[in-house]
Design a protein around this ligand. Structure first.
Ligand SMILES: *[C@@H]1O[C@H](CO)[C@@H](O)[C@H](O)[C@H]1NC(C)=O
Ligand SMILES: *[C@@H]1O[C@H](CO)[C@@H](O)[C@H](O)[C@H]1NC(C)=O
Ligand SMILES: *[C@@H]1O[C@H](CO)[C@@H](O)[C@H](O)[C@H]1NC(C)=O
Ligand SMILES: *[C@@H]1O[C@H](CO)[C@@H](O)[C@H](O)[C@H]1NC(C)=O
Ligand SMILES: *[C@@H]1O[C@H](CO)[C@@H](O)[C@H](O)[C@H]1NC(C)=O
Ligand SMILES: *[C@@H]1O[C@H](CO)[C@@H](O)[C@H](O)[C@H]1NC(C)=O
Ligand SMILES: *[C@@H]1O[C@H](CO)[C@@H](O)[C@H](O)[C@H]1NC(C)=O
Ligand SMILES: *[C@@H]1O[C@H](CO)[C@@H](O)[C@H](O)[C@H]1NC(C)=O
Ligand SMILES: *[C@@H]1O[C@H](CO)[C@@H](O)[C@H](O)[C@H]1NC(C)=O
Ligand SMILES: *[C@@H]1O[C@H](CO)[C@@H](O)[C@H](O)[C@H]1NC(C)=O
Ligand SMILES: *[C@@H]1O[C@H](CO)[C@@H](O)[C@H](O)[C@H]1NC(C)=O
Ligand SMILES: CC(=O)N[C@H]1CO[C@H](CO)[C@@H](O)[C@@H]1O
Length: 668
């Protein structure tokens, strides 16, 4: 019995020892690492796995994100006054958290916003430079969730574009707020970004204080700059850029720049109009203004309902298709209405070849958005149906291009527009009446090949009746200073002298405001010279006139102009040869005056050419193929003054004539 009893005790001791051993193993478990195979996370909440080097210890908490990675990390929960010991569920606590958004995808994310769902009656008190997307001001009750966004709209560039520069691909901000009844951890129920097309995983919580989600991109194409979004810029006669420089939830600032890229067109009194696509309206404009305010559109419409706090009587234009005009030169330094680089040109846009400084016009506008667009910072629709000038130009649709970079002269970093669109406008081929014509003459001929009949269009009813389709009749050179409509007696006398029977009715006149005569003054062995005379028969004075004289085969021999400033017209591309002279008035001769008392406003200069560089120059090459006056093409005459007489003269006679003519010209 005793032996048996001793045996029982021995088993009992063994069991106890075993039990103690088991207990001690269990007891160690919470302190040591959980045996799940593989290394364990450290108790310190780890940030997002930003290090792509071979995984060191500790292992990442979540796999690397392939889109936008969002981490919410609660850093502080602290009891604050009043202390409510009897009703702990009403006790207020301060909480503070760090939110980190990192773009780990291929695409650039623009105008992003972050959504957070709270559950403890949170009141948001501060969030660094983040703002509520709905425009409410902090402190604000966010118990039903909230969307925070950067104002002006922020951009998270992609790592590929920036070589992984965290300064550009990541945004970190701290939120601070108050919550009730929860005294350990303050976590939202969910967190994600609201970017259209992105798909966020359900947010997971780690160590009670860190929440993470990964929002994958709409598509994962490898693109350096978003090719689907940005179109290559186009060239046109006029290029307009619409740069959204700053975007806010209900409004945005846009900089509009019109560039004259045409070879020789000058646009005067420009006006620009477009049609808003989402009922936007303009509250303010710098560097330009609108013709009509149309405030009733705002006051009686959606704008008045949406912006009840705003005095809409102060809006600049509520028109759906505002018409925008330039400001006078004197406003350039006026910071109230002007003060924009390239603004206030009195509506004149010069071709860049004549003056690159004056070939651009810019203005800035403050655009208010209306629902449903107004709540979304990222949702910006550029205006459509663009129209420039007087119908001469046809404008295309706005095309999204890569945001414009604005060089910063003071800071080391340039700034970029938030979004940029481009519109090109081309001169239409539609025929308009010309405003100028050209006549040719030559020292060997006494008559002029005059401007064409109805060169600038004929009025419907002309008294006395004339023939609008007949060829124009030769003029004696002396008639060139007679007003075109008074030339009939001279034309008839000249016809009689030359034994020609004039047609009945006579051909009509040219009806051009500006007539240009190209006269060959001399032709000798080594060179030749010509004289260009501009006549203004209209009542309009042309300030800062310019002409383009196209002479493809004579251009190379050009030496100098005496009273005008003639320079090479830059060719349209690098491979095209120079063919034209750009002619402007020298100081004091830059006004082509209106006609007075039956005499024309007149300017003239002699041009000299050498034959050295153009040995094979033919007779017709002495005359321009085209002339443009102030960018407008002139009607050329029907033929050249060609006579056999010239070739019969001996070169000594020619030289003599040259000397005589040249001295005459000097005294003209
Ligand atoms: C939250 O939603 C409820 C139900 O829709 C509503 O009654 C309450 O006013 C909302 N609270 C806030 C602060 O918006
Ligand atoms: C973000 O969360 C809200 C509510 O939790 C949900 O309605 C929305 O679809 C989510 N967005 C994305 C992109 O997952
Ligand atoms: C880019 O992604 C879209 C949608 O996933 C797909 O349709 C398209 O073919 C892709 N393009 C390239 C170049 O891979
Ligand atoms: C308009 O642009 C086209 C091509 O850009 C050019 O060939 C043409 O000469 C331009 N016309 C004028 C009048 O500027
Ligand atoms: C504007 O200011 C600039 C520089 O201060 C000055 O040169 C220019 O004459 C001013 N223009 C006008 C129209 O006041
Ligand atoms: C501005 O343009 C208007 C209209 O074309 C013109 O009458 C005025 O003389 C111009 N002013 C200046 C300073 O050029
Ligand atoms: C203007 O001309 C350019 C070049 O010829 C072309 O690329 C552009 O699409 C044209 N724009 C319009 C509005 O026709
Ligand atoms: C200039 O002439 C045009 C027609 O040729 C006329 O309509 C206009 O009234 C005239 N202007 C002045 C100021 O005389
Ligand atoms: C002539 O015109 C050219 C180009 O427009 C300009 O650079 C130059 O200064 C002018 N010369 C004179 C004497 O006005
Ligand atoms: C350059 O201009 C010439 C003449 O206008 C044209 O024939 C040629 O095709 C142009 N070359 C290019 C590369 O645009
Ligand atoms: C200029 O003179 C040459 C002979 O020296 C002749 O061949 C040529 O046709 C003349 N040109 C004109 C426009 O008279
Ligand atoms: C202190 C505290 O509430 N800790 C919790 C952290 O989260 C785990 C689950 O992941 C809970 O079991 C703990 O109670």
């Amino acid at each position: 019995m005793v032996a048996m009893g001793g045996c029982k005790v021995g088993v009992g001791v063994l069991l106890i020892v075993l039990f103690v051993m088991v207990v001690s193993v269990d007891g160690q478990a919470p302190i040591g690492p959980p045996v799940v195979g593989g290394p364990a996370p450290t108790p310190v909440p780890a940030p997002a796995p930003l290090d792509f080097a071979p995984a060191p210890e500790p292992a990442p908490l979540w796999p690397p994100c392939d889109g936008v990675d969002v981490v919410y990390q609660n850093t502080l929960v602290e009891k604050i006054y009043p202390f409510l010991n009897d009703t702990p569920w009403l006790q207020p606590y301060k909480f503070s958290s760090i939110v980190t958004v990192t773009n780990m995808g291929y695409s650039t994310v623009e105008g992003w916003a972050i959504g957070m769902n709270f559950s403890n009656n949170e009141i948001l008190v501060a969030a660094d430079d983040m703002h509520l997307e709905d425009g409410r001001l902090m402190p604000v009750d966010v118990s039903n969730g909230t969307i925070l966004t950067q104002v002006p709209a922020g951009i998270l560039k992609n790592a590929i574009e920036t070589a992984g520069d965290f300064g550009q691909i990541r945004k970190t901000f701290v939120i601070t707020g108050t919550e009730f009844g929860q005294n350990k951890f303050s976590m939202p129920k969910n967190i994600n970004i609201t970017q259209k097309g992105y798909n966020c995983s359900i947010a997971e919580t780690f160590f009670n204080t860190t929440m993470h989600t990964c929002c994958s991109e709409p598509n994962r194409n490898v693109t350096l700059t978003d090719e689907e979004m940005y179109l290559p810029p186009e060239k046109g006669n006029f290029t307009i850029t619409y740069d959204v420089t700053q975007a806010y939830p209900g409004s945005y600032l846009a900089l509009v720049t019109i560039s004259n890229d045409s070879p020789w067109t000058r646009l005067e009194n420009w006006n620009l109009s477009w049609t808003w696509q989402e009922n936007e309206f303009i509250t303010k404009m710098l560097g330009a203004t609108t013709r009509a305010a149309d405030l009733d559109v705002c006051l009686n419409g959606l704008a008045a309902k949406t912006y009840q706090q705003m005095d809409l009587n102060k809006a600049l234009s509520c028109s759906r298709s505002p018409e925008i005009i330039d400001l006078p030169l004197g406003r350039i330094n006026d910071t109230q209405v002007g003060g924009i680089t390239y603004c206030c040109r009195n509506g004149t846009l010069w071709p860049a070849v004549l003056d690159p400084e004056k070939s651009k016009s810019a203005f800035m506008l403050d655009v208010m958005k209306l629902p449903p667009q107004s709540s979304k910072i990222n949702s910006i629709t550029p205006p459509g149906n663009w129209r420039l000038g007087d119908g001469r130009f046809q404008c295309g649709k706005p095309r999204r291009i890569e945001p414009t970079i604005f060089p910063d002269p003071y800071l080391s970093h340039d700034t970029s527009a938030f979004k940029t669109w481009q519109v090109t406008c081309n001169e239409t081929a539609v025929k308009r009446p010309r405003m100028c014509c050209v006549s040719f003459s030559k020292y060997t001929n006494e008559s002029i090949v005059p401007c064409r009949t109805c060169a600038c269009g004929c009025p419907k009813k002309i008294n006395p009746v004339c023939d609008a389709s007949a060829s124009s009749m030769l003029l004696p050179y002396s008639a060139i200073t007679t007003p075109p409509l008074n030339r009939t007696p001279e034309i008839l006398a000249w016809a009689e002298m030359n034994h020609k029977v004039p047609p009945n009715p006579l051909p009509c006149m040219d009806y051009c405001g500006v007539a240009i005569n190209w006269h060959i003054v001399s032709n000798y062995t080594g060179g030749w010279s010509s004289r260009m005379t501009l006549f203004d028969w209209s009542n309009k004075t042309y300030a800062d006139w310019y002409t383009v004289v196209e002479m493809p085969n004579a251009y190379l021999g050009f030496e100098k102009a005496y009273s005008f400033n003639a320079t090479a017209m830059p060719p349209t591309n690098d491979t095209a040869p120079n063919t034209s002279l750009l002619v402007t008035g020298l100081e004091g001769l830059n006004y082509l005056m209106a006609a007075t008392n039956l005499s024309a406003g007149k300017l003239q200069s002699v041009f000299s050419f050498t034959k050295k560089t153009t040995p094979n120059i033919r007779e017709a090459d002495f005359f321009p193929t085209k002339i443009y006056f102030n960018g407008e093409e002139c009607t050329m005459p029907e033929g050249f003054p060609i006579t056999a007489a010239a070739s019969m003269l001996t070169s000594t006679v020619v030289t003599l004539v040259v000397v005589v003519m040249c001295s005459m010209i000097l005294f003209l």
